[in-house]
Design a protein around this ligand. Structure first.
Ligand code: FAD
Length: 454
């Protein structure tokens, strides 16, 4: 066997890359290929922040391949047609690809397999590259997926992970296989993080040395910003989840245990989406909601998107999202609860806005976390409502997070910043900040009424 193609998708790295290793072991030359898939662009997933991060990833991948004597081949258009064309140009008889969890990834794999087989080319799909434990690798006895995290996590923890693979030393790419220029995009968020495997590995090393020990105690501290911020690297696969879990476990301690548990949530949502692909757009467990929508709640939705609901911690988090293309997990929880429960707006509207801006925006994690918060997913307390003032007092006790993101309130000291409507008349008048969009008690009553009719 002479030539293999490695199709890179959500696995934009050289370390611990089983498809690349298999291709290099089986062939003399390898075409590392990335296709800018027209279907992904068309489905609204190619948003500016993620395209900017992707540009960094491809550039870094190409540089890493060049250090090893190779290069990245980039094409754009229909993914299946492009892979077949490159395989034909290179005279390849095998294509290697990582398995992925979404319905789109499954369809892509099937279409690719048929088209390649018709040309006499074999497709090899590799598991546990984009997740630590592959979807379907653990299942309960009576179902094809786990609907509850705790038992899933027990089984997940018992799985033996493979040994991470080193990056290859040499990659030989056949001459004559042309490539488009690497894309170069700019994000819309000024504070967007940089992408690429080199950056991901640097962040991981620094996290293991300086951050992980305090994770258990500080992960909910909004102002402390003490989470790993590795989510975009996991989304684009610039870090290997298997490698990440092994290295975190080796670090040891309470912090590492809590961190690994969070990473398992990622796999939990992936196994759920793989088994129930429709959950990306429809209720996993319907509560018979008749949500407010763009038509019936336009102004509320706009205020939420723009971070001017009058609830400072909600607005701070929404502005962080716009500025960084990323939001703290506690912020995601409370802004999503505010939209779906206090404003009683359809979770899909919030999920779409998050996907438009999040650099880690991910179908499995985003849609299923939104469903979790909306109470249509796997939360066993579907009607819980997070009170933004109580949440703010607990997770931003001094108000530093709010003052960082809502400059209109920067002059208010201490926790009073969470309730500007309580300021005495003259002080309130001096602050250019809206009154609350809705009384919390009113929002709660509306939600309870809606759910009691369900
Ligand atoms: P850390 O706290 O350092 O956690 C480490 C890793 O564990 C994360 O990078 C992530 O891969 C995983 N993880 C952590 N929390 C969760 C969780 N609740 N569910 C699944 N995986 C988790 N995460 C995304 O990656 N993409 C999304 O589009 C996304 N949308 C979300 C929408 C809502 C409404 C909510 C409530 C959560 C969402 N999350 C999403 C999960 C979580 O908020 C982020 O993964 C996390 O904030 C990323 O920051 P970090 O890397 O510093 O996380």
């Amino acid at each position: 066997m002479n030539v293999s193609v490695v199709l890179f998708t959500s696995d934009l790295r050289l370390h611990d890359h089983p498809p690349l290793r298999a291709a290099l072991d089986g062939a003399r030359e390898v075409v590392p290929l990335f296709v800018r898939d027209r279907a992904v662009d068309g489905a609204g997933f190619a948003t500016p922040n993620r395209l900017a991060f992707l540009s960094d990833c491809l550039r870094d991948l190409d540089a890493g391949l060049r250090e090893r004597g190779g290069r990245l081949v980039v094409r754009s258009g229909d993914l299946v047609a492009q892979v077949c064309r490159v395989a034909a140009e290179a005279g390849a008889d095998e294509v290697h690809l990582s398995a992925d969890a979404s319905a789109y990834a499954h369809r892509r794999e099937e279409r690719l397999r048929h088209a390649l087989e018709a040309e006499g080319v074999r497709l090899h799909v590799h598991d546990a590259v984009t997740s630590a434990v592959a979807p379907g690798a653990v299942t309960p006895s009576a179902s094809d997926h786990f609907a509850v995290f705790t038992p899933y996590f027990r089984h997940w923890s018992d799985q033996r992970l493979r040994e991470p693979l080193a990056a290859p030393r040499v990659v030989r790419v056949p001459h004559g296989v042309g490539s488009e220029d690497l894309p170069a995009y700019r994000g819309v968020s000024e504070g967007l993080a940089a992408g690429g495997e080199t950056e991901g590995r640097r962040r991981l090393t620094s996290w293991l040395e300086h951050g992980i020990d305090a994770y258990e105690d500080r992960h909910d501290d909004l102002a402390g910003d003490a989470t790993s911020r590795l989510s975009p690297h996991l989304h684009f696969g610039t870090l290997s989840p298997v490698d990440l879990v092994q290295r975190a476990r080796a670090a040891g301690g309470r912090g590492a245990d809590a961190f690994v548990r969070q990473v398992a949530w990622r796999d939990f949502h992936r196994q759920l989406l793989a088994a129930r692909p429709a959950a990306s757009g429809t209720d996993y467990r319907t509560r018979h909601d008749r949500w407010r929508t763009e038509r019936t709640a336009r102004e509320d939705i706009e205020a939420w998107r723009e971070g001017r609901t009058g609830y400072p911690v909600v607005d701070a988090a929404m502005r962080q999202l716009r500025h960084e293309g990323w939001m703290h997990n506690r912020g995601r929880l409370l802004t999503a609860s505010f939209l779906t429960k206090t404003l009683y707006v359809d979770w899909r509207i919030g999920a779409r806005h998050f996907l438009d801006l999040l650099v880690d925006g991910d179908v499995a994690n985003n849609q299923l976390n939104w469903q979790w918060v909306a109470g249509t997913g796997t939360d066993n307390r579907p009607n819980r409502v997070l009170n933004p003032v109580t949440q703010a007092r607990r997770y931003d006790p001094d108000g530093a997070y709010v003052r960082r993101w809502v400059p209109e309130l920067a002059g208010i000291e201490g926790p009073a910043v969470h309730e500007p409507w309580k300021l005495p008349g003259r002080d309130r008048a001096a602050v250019d900040y809206p009154d609350p969009l809705v009384e919390l008690s009113e929002g709660l009553a509306r939600f309870k009424r809606a759910r009691s009719h369900g």
